[in-house]
Design a protein around this ligand. Structure first.
Ligand code: PHE
Length: 535
């Protein structure tokens, strides 16, 4: 991807993330699972450490459930209240915005936002249409799907990669988009040809036995669809100008197979590793009807009476025997007194809230910096991408400042639809944020017209744009945590000394994913509960 460097945490993300079963613990879980004593190996692979609390935890010890104030009603805060609620804790959630969910925000017709510059927008999307302004895709291994199951949130497939979506690299001289499938056929074809030839010329003799070489060449012939003399000459994988149909219509293959040199120069190969990522590999999922079905279900499960919206926290004080949180709501200053507190605000916002939790907490919060990302929803009167281009879901990748264009993974063959006209990060997101909503729409549409043609402009019905750095009470899409969340400088947040715990995706190894918020909340809940049971 063009903007790979500004995606969250890519520097410390690796294929070796520690979620796989390793050694003895894995074998032990599998055995216990077979005996019905433990979650199955598959379940354990997702998150090994969490044991949900239960009502019996207190009746068995004779202790009383404590009172907990939770600052922030995003996924981490709601999950904290939900999980503590299982043991009967008395939780109060303070949420500054007028709805829960934090960055989990689904925009529908009638929804209004005002950004930090005072720009007001109201979405005009038709009934049943929406855009997920924040999280929008869920891999199968994340606990997010377990919460969907537990909370009864129905799922459908989110198409993250589509052979018929486009790639467009204007900077490499492309004047028309190319289908993913065509680009893959050419890149895999030539790479296979070159490697097969090098192998047969003896270039790998120091690395491979004769048998290895034969097997490698066999593989490459198949992988790259190589023909005679191990050369790539194109084939049906690239696609057709006329597709095969009834007898008499064998189909007409796409012509003009580019040379290896042209394929390398086009740079299309750089997009393919995206789908190998542990986080981004298909299948992926989305809640039916919008991502905010998750915070809505969590809020219902917690109980609306425990959640105060429009409550802006202005001070957190650890009194030694409790925690007192001051907030304003509807112009009035109020205080919640509790035994414990879980602070589940973004670190950049939390750093601005006066507290007495120590300078270690403050400098840890300040070390974590906010990142930008943005999306625009473009609502169209027709689903011309399906009708004219045969694209049903999936993502078009570009080197334009719009970066990614998403086709909706719902509402296929309906009348209208909402495309994501840009999903971009960093400087690209910031440069759109400076424009008026009309200016953003104009610029996004101009980029799209280059790829899809005039209907990208003429079929447009309405648009809605959202920029996380400019969103009150959040001011970030995700965060950069130098050194990673386990760096010693974040110890005051990971192992707090007083009565306040911290939670959020930004304190996880999966920042910018709800999984990070869920698992971080579970960690805080576990620590808080252990403290209560031992005190
Ligand atoms: N979870 C977000 C997304 O899938 C942000 C992200 C992008 C996280 C890329 C990791 C890698 O778009």
């Amino acid at each position: 991807m063009a903007q790979t460097h500004s995606e969250p945490g890519t520097s410390r993300r690796s294929f070796l993330r520690n979620v796989g079963l390793t050694g003895g613990a894995g074998a032990m879980f599998a055995t216990m699972g077979a005996l019905g004593l433990a979650p199955t190996a598959q379940a354990a692979q997702r998150e090994q450490s969490f044991r949900p609390l239960s009502a019996g935890d207190f009746t068995l010890t004779g202790r009383a459930a404590a009172k907990v104030v939770i600052v922030g009603g995003g996924i981490a805060g709601l999950t904290t209240a939900y999980e503590l609620g299982k043991a009967g804790y008395d939780c109060t959630v303070l949420e500054a915005r007028d709805r829960t969910g934090g960055r989990n925000f689904t925009v529908r017709g009638g929804d209004t936002t005002t950004d930090l510059h005072g720009t007001r927008q109201t979405a005009r999307f038709a009934d049943g249409h929406y855009m997920n302004a924040g999280p929008a895709r869920i891999p199968q291994w994340m606990v997010t799907l377990d919460y969907c199951r537990e909370l009864g949130v129905p799922l459908e497939v989110f198409t993250n990669v589509n052979a018929d979506a486009y790639l467009y690299n204007e900077s490499a001289g492309m004047t028309r988009p190319e289908r993913y499938r065509t680009a893959k056929a050419d890149v895999y074809g030539y790479v296979s040809e070159l490697l097969a030839k090098a192998t047969n010329k003896g270039a790998l003799d120091g690395e491979l036995t004769a048998d290895d070489k034969e097997r490698l060449v066999d593989f490459l012939e198949d992988w790259g669809e190589l023909g005679d003399k191990l050369t790539y000459t194109g084939g049906e994988r690239r696609g057709y100008t006329t597709v095969p149909a009834a007898a008499g219509t064998p189909g007409v293959l796409l012509g003009d197979v580019p040379t290896a040199s042209e394929v390398l120069a086009s740079g299309v190969g750089r997009y393919f590793s995206f789908e190998f990522g542990f986080d981004q590999a298909m299948l992926m999922f989305q809640p039916v009807g919008g991502m905010d079905q998750i915070p809505k279900a969590l809020t219902r499960a917690v109980g609306a009476r425990r959640v105060r919206t429009g409550a802006v926290v202005s001070r957190i004080t650890d009194t030694g025997h409790g925690v007192s949180v001051t907030y304003t709501q509807g112009g009035r200053t109020k205080v919640v007194e509790a035994d414990y507190c879980v602070a589940a605000l973004p670190p950049n916002i939390l750093a601005k809230v006066p507290h007495n939790l120590g300078s270690g907490v403050q400098s840890a919060l300040e070390a974590i910096t906010p990142s930008s990302a943005a999306k625009i929803g473009l609502e169209y009167k027709s689903r011309w991408w399906e009708l004219d281009h045969g694209i049903y879901g999936g993502i078009t990748e570009t080197d334009q400042d719009v970066t990614h264009i998403w086709h909706p993974s719902y509402g296929y063959q309906g009348e209208r639809g909402v495309l994501i006209g840009y999903y971009n990060y960093g400087d690209d997101a910031d440069s759109y944020a400076e424009l008026t909503p009309q200016g953003r729409e104009k610029r996004a549409v101009a980029a799209g017209v280059k790829i899809y043609g005039e209907k990208y402009r003429t079929e447009l019905a309405s648009s809605f744009s959202h920029h996380w750095r400019q969103t009150p009470h959040l001011e970030a899409a995700w965060h950069n945590t130098p050194g990673g969340p386990d760096d010693v400088r974040y110890k005051p947040l990971n192992e707090p000394t007083g009565r306040v715990w911290f939670a959020g995706d930004w304190l996880s190894h999966t920042d910018a994913w709800q999984h990070g918020a869920f698992t971080s909340a579970r960690k805080a809940v576990t620590a808080l509960h252990a403290r209560v049971l031992s005190s």
